[in-house]
Design a protein around this ligand. Structure first.
Ligand code: ATP
Ligand code: MG
Length: 352
């Protein structure tokens, strides 16, 4: 809901690598909106692997306190994951999702092309549960007479399933097709996935008439066949809601349908906070060269604004990005272009 704000306080966490090059792009997009949003105030905050190597912590308490007490929302760049385990280091993004209870990862994936033969027509959003499933990371290993035996606990709760289902249905109501597909594997995992599926289905609290709940239609699919159909006929999907691990896989698979990682935005959302984050990582191979694609970060800013109720501002950023992609003249090398990050940013800002 749109609270009447005189200013919009945005925590900025560029973190590592190209995160530092694309977050200024998101900032430029928001600044270009003028009075479509309350006056933005950007609050620069520390986090990341590089900061860890200097300070011994990847996510200082001051950053978490500032996000909780001073900021209305936040934008996160990207964090480098060290290739070997580093003692004392754990990912700040995982910690932030926990500390701010950002229980949903929302990832819209949309193809923009004048020629539908080039790209499949994709316009879907994956809503991934962000707090449980196998990500509770309770693993054990024992040695038996037949060798090692490893186990992991998979947690599915009614509470988490209900709130992610609620997020999915609320999202569906904002979209033209209003169609929700529940992803699960309850033919094998009838207790855990069964609970997820039944809980999500029961969220609208409406009587079902031929798969329709009020304005919303619901389908469900086993995760394996969902991936298959995602590649064969992506146009059938609108909102896909899934437990954590399936959501992770589905959302990367969906991102592959539209080309570069540098195009795909996300938000981490809870009931009281939202944090935009491009889906890509810190891309150490291209960092510091002013060639990172800034569009995922700019779209993440738009998503964050939409989530806060500033749909008009979000539309203006998204439309400008779409126009720049469709024109195809000012694009970074990942999309086959020759332009610099800064040139793409200027082009989008001009369109906004
Ligand atoms: P990390 O450990 O931070 O995830 P990574 O090496 O996995 O780093 P990613 O950021 O996940 O790198 O990117 C994977 C590939 O996609 C890299 O080759 C990278 O250069 C490319 N890539 C990612 N994001 C962008 C972007 N915004 N613009 C251009 N290329 C990108
Ligand atoms: Mg990566």
């Amino acid at each position: 809901a749109t609270a009447a704000r005189s200013s919009l306080k945005i925590g900025m966490l560029p973190a590592d690598g190209i995160g530092r090059e694309v977050l200024p792009a998101a900032r430029a997009a928001i600044l270009a909106l003028g009075s479509s949003v309350p006056k933005p105030e950007f609050i620069d905050l520390m986090a990341g692997f590089e900061y860890f190597t200097r300070s011994g912590t990847a996510l200082p308490d001051e950053t978490v306190d500032a996000l909780k007490n001073e900021c209305d929302c936040a934008l996160f760049g990207a964090v480098s994951s060290p290739s070997k385990k580093v003692i004392g280091y754990s990912s700040p993004i995982v910690a932030l999702r926990k500390k701010l209870d950002l229980y949903a990862n929302i990832r819209p994936v949309k193809s923009v092309s004048v020629d539908p033969a080039v790209n499949p027509v994709v316009d879907l959003v994956v809503i991934r549960e962000n707090t449980e499933c196998l990500y509770v990371k309770q693993e054990t290993q024992v040695v038996t007479e037949n060798g090692k035996e490893a186990r992991a606990t998979r947690l599915i709760t009614e509470r988490a399933s209900r709130r992610i289902g609620d997020m999915a249905f609320r999202t569906a109501l904002t979209r033209p097709r209003k169609h929700v597909t529940i992803i699960h594997k309850s033919n094998v995992l009838s207790i855990t996935d069964g609970l997820f599926r039944e809980t999500v289905r029961s969220v609208p609290g409406l009587p079902e008439v031929n798969g329709r709940y009020g304005d919303i239609t619901i389908a469900e699919q086993l995760v394996d066949s969902a991936v298959y159909r995602l590649f064969r006929e992506p146009e059938i999907y609108d909102v896909m809601v899934a437990p954590n691990l399936y959501g992770d896989i589905i959302s990367d698979a969906a991102a592959a349908l539209v080309g570069s990682l540098g195009l795909v935005p996300s938000v981490n959302a809870g009931d009281s906070f939202v944090m935009g984050e491009p889906v890509h990582g810190s891309a150490p191979d291209i960092a510091g060269q002013n060639i990172a694609n800034p569009l995922a970060a700019m779209r993440s800013a738009a998503l964050m604004l939409r989530h806060l109720g500033y749909g008009e501002g979000a539309d203006r950023i998204e439309n400008a990005v779409d126009v720049v992609i469709r024109e195809g003249k000012v694009l970074t090398p990942d999309l086959g272009g020759k332009s610099k990050t800064s040139e793409v940013v200027d082009e989008v800002v001009k369109r906004i």
